[in-house]
Design a protein around this ligand. Structure first.
Ligand code: CAA
Length: 257
């Protein structure tokens, strides 16, 4: 199964399960993740959701570069919009979502993690938006949500350099709330989820919706523009060069266009 769901009383654990590609998202994986959140979102017993990745290496290594390397503007835009549906579904689900980041959270993986309400990490967690090195801008909400979370300067550094942020730094900049040993991360996330679940479901749900209002009209229009510009990047040679370089395991050479 690409996505697994486990219920521990009032906490539902959603696990991205594609270890052969470090849980990278192909379209099937994205659709399955949307379905999983819609399913647990309507499960009346679920008071809080924990999202994690299978294995000991990755939360999710981003969009599946092999699937998107040959996309054009139209299909790239559709792929970007599907990614936006994933992140919006996570953000808008009725219950709070805790991302248990158990390794790489790169590109779309980082964007999925920051669509959650809270992030806990293991010491091997690594966050990055490496898209500019692949010839594209971040395309699943990173340009809008990351500045909100870590501040515009740090977000600009991460997005424009693509550099990796390890767990300790992620804690320092507010990208994660706490670090737990890898073998205790899931239990710690469930414990945090339970400490939310004891509260009034109505009040928790309302508070989550109200916090979302801080995401103003300007940010919503920013998300729409991001989806369009992500798709447009598939009409520029740099995208093909950047992604082919990844699949060929070589360094990319970009044009000055
Ligand atoms: N897409 C497709 N396959 C991927 C992948 C991805 N994003 N990330 C990892 N894989 C695959 C590798 O190709 C490899 O497969 P094979 O064994 O068949 O070659 C397998 O997963 C294991 O990966 P590595 O051998 O590369 O493992 P590593 O430990 O040496 O490196 C890594 C791990 C640093 C995560 C490296 O795999 C990597 O850099 N991956 C790409 C990360 C990335 O650039 N993500 C952004 C994608 S674009 C995006 O997400 C756009 C957006 O905004 C939505």
């Amino acid at each position: 199964m690409a996505i697994e769901i486990e219920h521990r009383d009032c906490v539902s654990i959603v696990t991205m399960n594609r270890p052969e590609a470090l849980n990278a998202f192909n379209s099937g994986q994205m659709l399955a993740l949307i379905d999983a959140f819609r399913e647990v979102g309507t499960r009346i017993e679920t008071r809080c959701i924990v999202l994690t990745g299978t294995g000991e290496k990755a939360f999710a290594a981003g969009a599946d570069i092999r699937e998107i390397v040959n996309l054009d503007v139209q299909s790239g835009t559709s792929f970007g919009r599907l990614g936006h549906t994933v992140t919006r579904t996570i953000e808008e689900v009725r219950q709070p979502v805790i991302a248990a980041v158990n390794g790489y959270a790169l590109g779309g993986g980082c964007e999925v993690a920051i669509a959650a309400d809270i992030r806990l990490a293991s010491p091997n967690a690594v966050f990055a938006q490496p898209e500019v090195g692949l010839g594209i801008p971040p395309g699943w909400g990173g340009t809008q949500r990351l500045p909100r979370l870590v501040g515009p300067g740090m977000a600009a550094e991460m997005i424009l350099t693509g550099r990796r942020v390890h767990a300790e730094e992620a804690l320092r900049i507010g990208l994660v709330n706490a670090i737990h040993p890898l073998d205790q991360l899931l239990d710690a996330s469930v414990e945090l989820a339970n400490s939310i679940a004891v509260n009034s479901p109505y009040a928790v749900r309302t508070a989550k919706q109200l916090m979302r209002l801080a995401f103003n009209e300007q940010s919503i229009s920013g998300l729409q523009t991001e989806a369009e510009r992500f798709g447009a990047a598939f009409g520029v040679a740099d995208q093909h060069e950047g992604m082919t370089a990844f699949t060929d395991k070589r360094k990319a050479t970009f044009e000055n266009s």
